[in-house]
Write a protein that binds this ligand. Structure first.
Ligand code: F6P
Length: 321
């Protein structure tokens, strides 16, 4: 059956580059002769038929904007059969034959269940700052988030060295140490604490004391939000080292802002690839990038738990401090 009309939505936490993906999906579909409906507020909008017809012009001048013009949500109702059944009725009523779901793990899971339940072709485009989706080297927004956090850490380094202090910098990543690891390496942090690895606070403090005896005057320790209570870590380090410790929580600034070139290009390539799959009659798949080539996998592969932490990179970080 030829796809006549598809829907596109963004779901879960927003990430920079989602707009570039919406633009690419819309314009590539139009190029393929497929109509597009923009679906607002993720799966919630799907249930409530919060739709608008999208044309080439609907997505003008959004490639450089952070956030998502479609808005996003985390939707409880979609986790129930009743909710998903309402969503199916909405799609039927509006003649929508397939869906592009732009989001992270939770959104993929929802699309996977929904698509199989009602035989609706769904394709996932990976967008989350956490970069925790399997079978893709990168997710849309993660590069921007890392660069935003890195910029902040460079600023913190200036003040840390001027005043001889230890800074604990908390970055995002409830279940993922990706941002912490990247900014740790890119910012020359002394240590990182991430959910994928155990940490030893005693040893960390011993290292600080030894370093201090050798003349070292400042430290930056990155903590991924989900790995430990950063306030507690700061208190413990003060107690065990006597050093002046400051805590900085970077928070949601990491989720906003204009996407980097990398994220815009990634989003542009993946959005078009998703439409291509739908046009070819494919379903229940996720697109991604591997060694700079488009990679297509079943949803059930993409939603597996992401690769464990890269111990070699952690070792390198520690060697270079
Ligand atoms: O988008 C992913 C993420 O940023 C995680 O790193 C973080 O733990 C979570 O979202 C927080 O999101 P919110 O504050 O919107 O619940």
């Amino acid at each position: 059956m030829k796809m006549k009309r598809i829907g596109v939505l963004t779901s879960g936490g927003d990430s920079p580059g989602m707009n570039a993906a919406i633009r690419s999906v819309t314009r590539y579909a139009v190029y393929k002769g497929i109509e597009v409906m923009g679906i607002y507020n993720g799966f919630e909008g799907l249930i409530k038929s919060d739709f608008a017809r999208f044309t080439h012009r609907s997505v003008s001048n959004i490639i450089s904007r952070g956030g998502t013009i479609l808005k996003t949500a985390r939707c409880k109702e979609f986790t129930t059969t009743e909710g998903r059944s309402k969503a199916k009725d909405s799609l039927e009523k509006h003649g929508i034959d397939g869906l592009v779901v732009i989001g992270g793990n939770g959104s993929y899971r929802g699309a996977h269940i929904f698509g199989n339940e009602f035989k609706i072709p769904c394709i996932g485009v990976p967008a989350t700052i956490d970069n925790d989706i399997e079978e893709t080297d990168a997710t849309i927004g993660s590069d921007t988030a890392v660069n935003t956090a890195l910029h902040a850490i460079d600023n913190i380094r200036d003040t840390a060295t001027s005043l001889e202090r230890i800074f604990i910098v908390e970055v995002m990543g409830r279940e993922s140490g990706f941002i912490a690891k990247q900014v740790g390496l890119g910012g020359g942090a002394e240590d990182i604490i991430i959910p994928e690895m155990n940490y030893d606070l005693e040893m960390m403090c011993e290292d600080i004391n030894k370093g201090h005896n050798r003349g070292k005057i400042s430290w930056i320790i990155i903590v991924a939000e989900g790995a430990a209570k950063s306030r507690k870590i700061a208190k413990e380090i003060t107690k065990k080292t006597g050093f002046n410790v400051r805590l900085v929580v970077l928070g949601h600034i990491q989720r906003g802002g204009s996407p980097t070139a990398f994220d815009r290009i990634l989003a542009t390539r993946l959005g078009a690839a998703a439409v291509s799959l739908l046009a070819d009659g494919q379903a229940d798949k996720a697109v991604g990038i591997k060694a700079d080539k488009i990679n297509v996998v079943d949803f059930k592969v993409a939603i597996q738990e992401k690769k464990e932490a890269d111990i070699e990179l952690y070792k390198l970080l520690r060697i270079l401090t």
